[in-house]
Design a binder for this molecule. Structure first.
Ligand code: FES
Ligand code: FE
Length: 430
């Protein structure tokens, strides 16, 4: 079956096969992950020359580094000689990378600068210039967020992100001096990567139910959102398969934050007020009216969440590891210049809610795994998933002056947009 037959957007039906087929999965790696701009990290993670961190683009390991001249570059983290993982650390600082298999050594520009027994073993015949590291041709940043793409035909990062940039600007401006807290939450799930990515694209529907116990327990008493009514919240989808939800306008939310701030001291009140002033000054009243963005996904697998001035910025990657396996990566970021009491609050909030053992993450990961386990049988795979929520109501909420398509708060139009993009790319032959 062709991708567009598996993804029937007119009727809101998606074949379960797309979450289980190893054939489709191999195509996804080539047609989606090797063609899309993929998030890798933030420039604040590599502030100095020769700083590096490792990550993945699809299943390809990469090392992201700042070279001799200070430029951010991305190399395939696989030795050209026999494929050994060249850099085996999560992060660090190194002017040279020496392969632990046979000892080939590479500069921060990716050049092969050292070959053991060059004379004795290669008789000086090896063309060292031809055997440097494979370099990702497109690397760009947006507000310090580093993205890369292997496809030189892909167009610019700005075009790729499109209207979602307008909302990322709000998050980035609020954070001001973006600092990713060292340490990465990384764990493997028995689930297809799309199950997690589409959830962040706009699945507001699961929040009051799946996370209901969290709200009942008041685990987030300092961070309340009226998820059940959702009337102050918005869901938006964008061209390109991106989506965001839990967008909340200034008003009650800001007042709540100020009340929380008052319990933490004058410095915190001033910080919250100053943040709102700065946002208005720098971005204008229309953008500043958006007080916070709940969660969203940049197609294909980069998700973000941010709840109020007291919520940390969560950054997530849903790395594909086979049709039925994903590796979840999550970082927490905040404003380096925020009052210490707020930073402590945010770090704890992330650990309590979104980290591997966090109460919110556990709800979600249990869903993702159980969806997978109970859908892969013979009979289960014959039945499509239902994405009919809000069919025909995609243009019901005009928001003049606000980029993107505003949807019903509870709507699956964002997920339909995600799968529309998926099908388009899957149908474009390599
Ligand atoms: Fe790296 Fe041989 S695999 S030097
Ligand atoms: Fe959730």
């Amino acid at each position: 079956m062709q991708p567009h037959e598996l993804v029937d957007l007119e009727n809101g039906l998606i074949a379960r096969e797309i979450f289980f087929s190893e054939t489709l999965y191999r195509q996804e790696l080539e047609r989606i992950f090797a063609r899309s701009w993929l998030f890798l990290g933030h420039v604040s993670q590599i502030p100095e020359r020769h700083d590096f961190f490792t990550n993945y683009m699809g299943e390809d390991p990469v090392v992201v580094l700042r070279d001799e001249g200070g430029r951010v570059r991305v190399f395939l983290n696989s030795c050209p000689h026999r494929g050994m993982r060249l850099c085996r650390l999560d992060s660090g600082n190194a002017a040279r990378f020496t392969c632990s298999f046979h000892g080939w050594t590479f500069s921060s520009e990716g050049a092969l600068v050292g070959v053991p027994f060059f004379k004795e073993a290669y008789h000086e015949a090896l063309d060292r210039d031809a055997w440097g590291l494979a370099e990702c041709p497109l690397v760009a940043t947006y507000g310090g967020l580093i993205f890369a793409c292997w496809d030189t035909q892909a167009g610019s990062l700005d075009d790729y992100l499109g209207d979602i940039r307008w909302y990322l600007d709000i998050v980035l401006e609020r954070v001001r001096h973006f600092e990713v807290i060292p340490g990465l939450q990384r764990y493997t799930l028995d689930a297809n990567w799309k199950i997690a990515a589409e959830n962040f694209t706009g699945d507001t529907y699961h929040v009051p139910f799946s996370h209901g116990s969290v709200f009942q327990l008041e685990a987030r008493t300092q961070n309340p959102v009226n998820w059940s009514t959702g009337h102050t919240l918005h869901t938006v989808r964008f061209e390109g398969g991106h989506g965001m939800t839990g967008i909340e306008m200034t008003g009650a939310r800001y007042d709540t934050d100020l009340a929380i701030a008052a319990t933490m001291g004058a410095e915190v009140v001033e910080y919250v007020e100053e943040g709102q002033r700065r946002l208005t000054e720098r971005l204008g009243a229309r953008q500043a009216k958006i007080y916070n963005i709940g969660f969203g996904n940049v197609f294909p697998n980069f998700s973000i969440n941010s709840f109020s001035a007291f919520g940390p910025i969560g950054l997530y990657l849903w790395h594909p590891r086979g049709a039925g396996t994903l590796e979840s990566w999550g970082w927490c970021a905040f404003d380096r210049d925020a009052p210490q009491v707020m930073k402590d609050h945010m770090r704890i909030d992330f650990a309590r809610n979104q980290a591997a053992a966090g109460v919110i993450a556990q709800d979600d990961t249990e869903n993702f795994e159980q969806v997978t386990q109970s859908s892969r049988g013979v009979i289960g795979r014959r039945r499509p998933f239902n994405y009919q929520m809000g069919l025909g109501r995609e243009t019901a909420h005009a928001m003049p002056g606000y980029p993107g398509q505003y949807l019903d708060y509870y709507s699956e139009a964002g997920q339909r947009g995600f799968y529309d993009r998926w099908a388009q790319l899957m149908e474009m032959a390599s």
